[in-house]
Design a protein around this ligand. Sequence first.
Ligand SMILES: Nc1ncnc2c1ncn2[C@@H]1O[C@H](COP(=O)(O)OP(=O)(O)O)[C@@H](O)[C@H]1O
Ligand SMILES: [Mg+2]
Length: 455
Amino acid sequence: MIRSLRGRLFVGMTAIILLTGATGGVFAYRWAFGEAIEMQDSILIQLASLAQAGSFKGGQPLQGVEEDTEVWLIELGETSRGSSDDRQLFRLRDGLQLATWNNQTIRVLLRTRSDGSRFAVAQPTAVRDETARDVAFRTLLPIAALIPCLMLVTALVIAHSLRSMVRLAGELDARRADDMTALPRSHMPSELHPFINSINRLLRRTGLLMDQQRRFVADAAHELRTPITALSLQAENLDSVELPKPARERAAALKQGMHRTKHLLEQLLALARHEAGQSEPPEMPVAALDCVAKDVVADLLPEATERSIDLGFALVDPVMVRSEPGMLAAIIRNLLENALRFTPPGGTIDIGIYREGGMAILQVEDGGPGIASTDMDQIFEPFFRGSCPEGEGTGLGLSIVKRIVDSLSGKIALENMVGIDRSGLRATVRLPIARDPESLPGKGSGENQAPQLSG
Ligand SMILES: Nc1ncnc2c1ncn2[C@@H]1O[C@H](COP(=O)(O)OP(=O)(O)O)[C@@H](O)[C@H]1O
Ligand SMILES: [Mg+2]
């Protein structure tokens, strides 16, 4: 059983072509064979008429008749005599018929001249049949040549007709998981319209479901924020109370737990807020990527110093991108927090901000272990924390980064650096440049070519 539609169509069409070719071939062969025999009969008749008019006599080569056609003129005289074969011929009536002569089957035409003498024009049936077969066989050649051509054309037509289906599948495969825009029906064969309609209906339903889910997460996070904040405050209030040592230790653990929960809620809210804003993107302001980055670094510097990590800019160019500064800060903060968490004490974190090919590039290189290649596929999924998660976290950071970058029409790539002098994770974010400050009057110009921050 052939599963592919293309295969089935091709096999079916090939069978039809072969059947038509075979039937047509048989009929053409038989028709041509019959025609060739009739043609040879008419030649015999013409020769007989010439012989009757006395144009030539038996015993001499027939003028204008090829030798290998083996047409003989047999003079039978006025009475039955000569060999037994001749006598037998003489006994036949005038006209065309089959006879045996010299141990061969022949096609013979007998005529009687006005002087009473009789003659026969004869040709062996074996020769006639061979000629007829030859002629008939030639009619088969064009049919035989046509069959492979037809099969080729069929294969091309099938491939062409199914191309739009293949293209549709490719488009669906290449889609982002959260892309719920309807598939276009124009330029698609009408047979595919029901499928496209069904897929579009499904996309609409899934989109609604996703919206509901987002709203639920946003509402839940929002509703939880107030009580958690209140609980945090209560926990912090414990600081001002004189407590025995074991109680103080437990209160510290409680406070840390509250802090973690607050962080998770904030991340969830950021995600939900961001997704809610995606349906109608507002006109984004222009923000200086370098300035935002400097602010975030300043914020994280105490933590880095505490762990003796060298956190700093390897390269920083003024670059403007179209974005809410808060969104840029969220990107940089999440990447730097990860880098800080995974870089061991004494390690280095290099930040680079520069322009390349019309894009603003933000690069963070850390001194950590990098991400296992098996985790790379899922690393941007919410709540995914890799096969060996470290420290506290929610697994939401990179998915928030990815969504923000996507919404800014940017790209993010994570790669493990492998080098003798350096290993770690390199995160590269590319965002479209909003305005080129270097092109403003009074400033120099120049574009940095993908610098290696390390090395
Ligand atoms: N710089 C890094 N080095 C090594 N692993 C990383 C790095 N950044 C992220 N990861 C891996 O990706 C996972 C997901 O990161 P993220 O989405 O920020 O969540 P979280 O930081 O809350 O764990 C992390 O748990 C970690 O396993
Ligand atoms: Mg993180």
